[in-house]
Design a protein around this ligand. Structure first.
Ligand code: FAD
Length: 515
């Protein structure tokens, strides 16, 4: 069972059996296949000092989503006569993986290619080790529709910086690899290794997580496929899908698919999803087109993967050639008020509380709070907001999150900084009664709808009756929106002017606001 006959499939993202070219390659010609996932302390070690439950890098909702996804993957592999081998890295994932490669005498290693900086460094250490041992390595692209490196090459070595230029190069994505097989080769001898079941949250040291802090979205491939099929059942909805239309305050039945966490962990293949949407299109008379259509959303995802892969310091302002240099201000107090949902603007606070509890909010809700933190009201650095999203979102995705923060802060891609979301009237347009706010901020639940978006304007008698005194039970607004947004526009105008003088130009202005 040794040598070339033993293959390892190393799961990181791509937590699925369907459309999994790495798994498919590992099983072909191998007498034994070891399906491995290494628990990474970088993301999993609890951090009691963090501002909300979780590790330093991941909120508890995402940790939980990952554990559920691993259990489901294990169940999927067991149906094929195999199982998931969980390894626990003491400090470092490559060390743990390389030890297993050596100890199990693996001849072929297969894993899905990754484009994030952390993953690239990690994977290089593993592939260098494998090369030294003469292990064959296969790393197919299957997390995205296209291979970002290939698109960059086709574009003359630079990433296309607009969606339209990206589309012009991309063409049609490859078909998913839906190999039909009913069993996998058995796993090989695992020697001294202790085979752990997928741990529970408490076993990782997270203690008792209150029911209140539990996201309604369950992890795993089974749930992903079920959710996708349910979304695609309504053919009319799929073919008429148009973003950014849709109600950001809908939370009982969100206005979009909520497939992002499944795509993030690869519980759902983006190629399979794309292919299934195309099938729906074929059965309907007409359908919307990118950038607003549902396939258009998946193309946005690939767009950001490509730009991020080809841009040095994509996740920073400094040293990032496509990012406007803006003198954001430091203000810890305002930042913490934003992060903790205590700005005194119920629309903003409800969104930030939904983020902390659920790890997911509607796209336009993300727009609202990102604009508010940066160029709309507080003039705080987008990197600070990015960090909060990166930790708390269950769909937290390096390329997409950074790309959208660059966009919303008018640092790149989108430059109409005078267009600012009102923290009062924007939400009211969709949800005049304030049901969304009442759900996520219970202290405001009895505030009459006339005041729910601006509780500080309610007469004291009304506040008393609603048992919510502004300044005591709910904060006063941290800034005056009218004055703050005016000041922000002025600062943005100055920053843009000095960027022009300093020669830090970004590829002209685009008017791609239809996201
Ligand atoms: P749907 O509308 O159903 O779209 C289907 C899929 O298309 C999504 O699951 C997602 O994979 C992709 N998609 C949709 N919108 C975008 C977009 N604007 N850019 C790239 N891909 C998109 N999305 C993430 O997946 N991870 C993040 O970390 C993330 N951070 C964001 C930060 C900010 C400041 C903003 C404004 C947006 C961010 N988004 C992020 C993009 C978008 O808000 C989410 O992908 C979307 O709301 C997820 O919900 P859905 O699956 O129901 O989307």
């Amino acid at each position: 069972t040794a040598g070339a006959a033993a293959a390892m499939v190393w799961f990181r993202k791509g937590l699925r059996v369907h459309d999994n070219p790495a798994l498919d390659a590992a099983r072909r010609g191998a007498a034994r296949v070891y399906p491995v996932f290494v628990l990474d302390p970088r993301y999993l070690r609890p951090d009691p000092a963090a501002h909300s439950p979780g590790s330093a890098r991941a909120g508890v909702a995402r940790v939980r989503f990952l554990l559920e996804s691993l259990s489901d993957l294990d169940a999927g592999l067991r149906r094929l006569g195999s199982r998931l081998l969980l390894l626990r890295a003491r400090d470092d994932v490559p060390d743990a993986l390389c030890a297993a490669l050596r100890d199990w005498n693996i001849g072929k290693l297969c894993f899905e290619a990754d484009t994030e900086p952390y993953a690239l460094a990690r994977d290089k250490r593993v592939t260098d080790f494998a090369a030294a041992l003469g292990i064959e390595v296969f790393t197919p692209v299957s997390h995205t529709l296209f291979d970002p490196a290939e698109i960059i090459e086709k574009n003359g070595g630079r990433p296309p910086l607009t969606y339209q230029s990206f589309l012009a190069i991309a063409g049609e994505p490859p078909k998913p690899v839906m190999a039909e097989y009913s069993e996998l080769p058995l796993i090989g001898d695992t020697g001294e290794y202790e085979l752990l079941p997928v741990p529970k949250l408490e076993e990782l040291g997270y203690g008792d997580i209150s029911q209140e802090n539990i996201s309604p979205f369950r992890g795993g491939e089974t749930e992903a496929l079920k959710r996708m099929r349910e979304s695609l059942q309504d053919k009319e909805w799929v073919s008429m899908f148009e973003k950014p239309k849709g109600d950001p305050s809908a939370f009982l039945k969100p206005a979009t698919t909520v497939l992002s966490p499944y795509l993030k962990f690869g519980c759902l293949s983006s190629r399979y999803f794309y292919h299934c949407i195309q099938e729906v299109y074929r059965s309907t008379k007409k359908h919307t087109k990118p950038p607003v259509s549902l396939t258009g959303q998946l193309l946005w995802r690939d767009f950001f993967y490509t730009v991020s892969f080809g841009t040095l310091s994509f996740d920073h302002m400094k040293g990032n050639k496509i990012c406007k240099q803006i003198p954001w201000r430091q203000n810890e107090e305002l930042f913490v008020a934003w992060r903790d949902g205590r700005t005194g603007y119920p629309w903003i606070d409800a969104i930030m509380i939904q983020l902390r509890k659920w790890g997911w909010m509607h796209h336009l809700a993300r727009h609202s709070v990102a604009c508010f933190l940066t160029r709309g009201d507080l003039f705080i650095h987008w990197e600070k907001g990015r960090d909060v999203f990166e930790r708390l979102l269950i769909d937290s995705d390096w390329a997409i999150n950074n790309g959208n923060w660059l966009w919303l802060s008018c640092s790149s891609f989108f430059y109409q900084y005078h267009r600012i979301y009102s923290p009062i009237s924007f939400g009211k347009k969709y949800d005049p009664n304030g049901d969304y706010i009442r759900h996520f901020i219970p202290v405001l639940k009895d505030m009459p709808k006339e005041y729910i978006y601006e509780p500080w304007t309610a007469p004291l008698s009304v506040q008393e009756k609603a048992r919510c005194i502004v300044g005591r039970d709910y904060p006063k607004p941290v800034v005056d929106h009218e004055a703050a947004s005016k000041e922000c526009r002025k600062r943005m105008g100055e920053a843009y002017a000095s960027n022009r003088l300093g020669g830090n130009t970004v590829n002209g202005k685009t008017s791609e606001s239809s996201r």
